[in-house]
Design a protein around this ligand. Structure first.
Ligand code: XIL
Length: 379
């Protein structure tokens, strides 16, 4: 018995010596690890990936990101397509992937004017439904979905895109039927349905000064009424040179930080393609035809633009690092360039390169730049 023990210890020592002498293939640092002490780094998975058809992309997600959002699977039209019919299949799978790989799940989204079925707003007579009916439908939707995922979702985008760039409330069927207090109601229903999940307001163009003012006012109003709101999601569908300018970006991040809520970039991507209209943002309903000159990188991206992309991401992350006491997460809207919605919005069928990993799932120059940047901020 004694001899066996001695042998065993000897074996372990020998094994350790061999292991520590053998040449190590150093794994490069991942972006989630580089930013671990500052904020979470998230990604988004589409249904194709969630259902197991693209394990390479899912592996990139698991290895490099620590939070995950479903690109479409938790939107009303997918998860609650008909009255009384809930379809949790794809959404359940992403929660499972996250649980198995120690990732936080972000719920996207409970109330939005897009990707919401028509029946939600209309009665059987084809007329717009009443305030009470729509509130009851919203409450039921939130209760069932949050109930199903109780304890499994780190935070929910409760309301998406309620304001215009000029700070006025967007004229949606939610507002038209329920009235201006629909935002408050959505947050109240969510807080009741799951008191332990974080609740966020999410929107694009969140750096535009009038929008910033309105969102701050909304947060203050909700708080005065004792309604829970934990964070602000700035979608972050950005451009290479402006949209936003760095100073307006910083001013908005600072303003939200000073509110004492969590600040998140929730859907970050940086398009490299010409934008076909003077406005920008991320209105999913916006569509343009492909014209000459609007798809310049079909055959690949010049090195100089790769460098520009890395520089632009770094400039924006530098601001986020400066406010890292308030910034809790940056989610990149897609694992790799191949599946980015930017290839098809606002013009279908272009080749964009807005994300951190290329079409072959290889980290782009920008990943290295962002990791180097994070390390500069460590003591
Ligand atoms: C986009 C998805 O990426 C697409 O697959 C889908 O066809 C349309 O919606 N703002 C949001 C996201 O809040 O839900 C949108 O996602 C992009 C803009």
């Amino acid at each position: 018995m004694k001899l066996k023990t001695v042998n065993f210890i000897g074996f372990v020592i020998l094994g350790t010596v061999i292991l520590s002498c053998s040449p190590k293939t150093e794994e490069p640092e991942t972006i989630k690890d580089a930013y671990a002490e500052f904020f979470d780094i998230g990604t988004v998975l589409n249904a194709w990936q969630i259902l197991g058809n693209d394990s390479a992309a899912v592996n990139v997600a698991i290895k490099n990101f620590n939070t995950v959002t479903a690109e479409n699977a938790m939107k009303w039209e997918k998860i609650h397509p008909e009255p009384g019919v809930f379809n949790f299949e794809v959404a359940d799978k992403i929660v499972e992937i996250a649980e198995q790989n120690n990732m936080k799940v972000i719920g996207h989204v409970l109330l939005w004017h897009s990707q919401t079925p028509k029946w939600v707003f209309f009665g059987e007579d084809g007329e717009l439904t009443s305030r009470d009916t729509l509130l009851a439908r919203l409450k039921n939707h939130i209760e069932v979905v949050l109930g199903h995922y109780k304890g499994k979702i780190h935070g929910w985008d409760v309301v998406n895109e309620a304001f215009n760039d000029d700070g006025t409330q967007r004229n949606t069927l939610w507002k038209k039927i329920i009235g201006d207090d629909y935002i408050q109601k959505a947050f109240e229903f969510a807080a009741e349905a799951d008191p332990n999940t974080e609740l966020y307001y999410n929107d694009f163009n969140m750096y535009k000064p009038q929008k910033v003012d309105s969102v701050i006012k909304m947060v203050n109003d909700l708080r005065e009424k004792g309604v829970k709101i934990d964070g602000i999601g700035m979608q972050g569908h950005y451009g290479l040179k402006d949209n936003p300018l760095l100073n307006e970006f910083e001013a908005s991040v600072k303003a939200y930080s000073e509110l004492g809520v969590k600040v998140m970039i929730t859907e970050m991507d940086i398009t490299l393609l010409p934008f076909p209209s003077p406005g920008n943002g991320a209105d999913v309903g916006m569509r343009f035809e492909l014209e000459e000159g609007l798809d310049p990188y079909k055959e690949g991206l010049p090195d100089s633009v790769k460098v520009e992309l890395a520089g632009r991401y770094s400039d924006l992350f530098r601001v986020l690092l400066k406010y890292s006491n308030s910034v809790s997460r940056v989610t990149i809207w897609g694992v790799n360039d191949l599946y980015s919605w930017r290839n098809n919005w606002p013009i279908r069928g272009r080749s964009d390169y807005p994300l951190l990993f290329d079409r072959q799932n290889q980290p782009k120059l920008v990943v290295d730049s962002l990791i180097t940047l994070a390390n500069q901020y460590k003591n």
